[in-house]
Design a protein around this ligand. Structure first.
Ligand SMILES: Cc1cc2nc3c(=O)[nH]c(=O)nc-3n(C[C@H](O)[C@H](O)[C@H](O)COP(=O)(O)OP(=O)(O)OC[C@H]3O[C@@H](n4cnc5c(N)ncnc54)[C@H](O)[C@@H]3O)c2cc1C
Length: 250
């Protein structure tokens, strides 16, 4: 069955990193007041290639629901069809896509949660954080501890850094932990890989958690090797499958 195509107009485009060619795109869905989705879901963008063949790629929604607006965060992939098409879009141009889908969403009831991402895997995490800690309206985090462990190579690729820092400054239960694998000497934050820092959080929390030690979830988004590494390390700590919720980009 062919699913209905929606149409959105690009309102604003921002380059998040020249080096990584990463872009933040803000869209408005046409002929709609509301665009309903659950934070963490993805849209399937659709376009014809040069041979008239329909191409479709998934992109996580990088925002929480807000009227008819939504955002994407993507980087160019060498010789990639859709990523370059999106990165080359101009404001005012239209995007065709299928309605949001996906199960990479916050589990209810909420628990302490570690959000773990690398690269553009930060997209659904931005949606979670906006939903949990809205700028306007009530806090939805219910006081649970939320860590965002965000890994990248260089400091210039910490997408949305100011936004996450601002949320962390407003909410004592939100912890923003950028982690660099190729940090410059003057970097004073965390170094290494996200899985090591996630393990450290779990171990430290274990010694002071008031509820059951395993009453915690990890949400992991990015490329397969990172997801595999995180899963293995958490399994070693006794975590079960249901505690680890993943979204693979490859
Ligand atoms: C559920 C889901 C959500 C996603 N959300 C996002 C998102 O929010 N932001 C985002 O940037 N991407 C996201 N992706 C990846 C996205 O769907 C595309 O795979 C990516 O943009 C490359 O598509 P392309 O058409 O440019 O490359 P293609 O033309 O499909 O591939 C060109 C070449 O690049 C390689 N390649 C494909 N994907 C990647 C990749 N991710 N990294 C490196 N090399 C690659 C291919 O093996 C191939 O050799 C998501 C994928 C899934 C499954």
């Amino acid at each position: 069955m062919t699913r209905e195509l929606l149409r959105a107009r690009l309102n604003q485009k921002r380059c998040l990193s020249e080096r990584a060619q990463c872009f933040h795109l803000e869209f408005e869905v046409e002929d709609a007041h509301e665009f309903a989705f659950t934070p963490g879901q993805f849209v399937s963008a659709v376009a014809e290639d040069a041979h008239g063949k329909q191409q479709m790629r998934a992109y996580s929604i990088a925002s929480a629901p807000s009227g008819n607006r939504f955002a994407l965060c993507l980087n160019r992939v060498d010789d990639g069809f859709f990523s370059n098409r999106l990165a080359d879009m101009r404001e005012g141009e239209a995007l065709l896509f299928q309605e949001p889908l996906g199960f990479f969403t916050l589990r209810q009831p909420l628990t302490d949660s570690i959000l773990i991402a690398t690269g553009t895997g930060v997209a659904p995490m931005r949606g979670f954080v906006q939903w949990l800690f809205p700028e306007a309206g009530p806090d939805r985090s219910e006081g649970w501890q939320i860590w965002l462990v965000y890994g990248t190579r260089h400091e210039t690729e910490l997408y949305y850094r100011e936004e996450f820092e601002a949320v962390a400054a407003r909410h004592v239960n939100f912890h923003y932990l950028p982690t660099l694998s190729r940090a410059a000497e003057d970097w004073t934050g965390l170094r290494g890989y996200v899985q090591e820092n996630a393990v450290r959080i779990v171990k430290e929390r274990g010694t002071r958690a008031s509820g059951p030690e395993l009453d915690i979830h990890a949400y992991v988004c990015g490329l397969s090797p990172m997801i595999h590494a995180v899963r293995e390390r958490l399994k070693d700590l006794g975590w079960n499958r249901k505690q680890i919720i993943t979204e693979r980009y490859d």
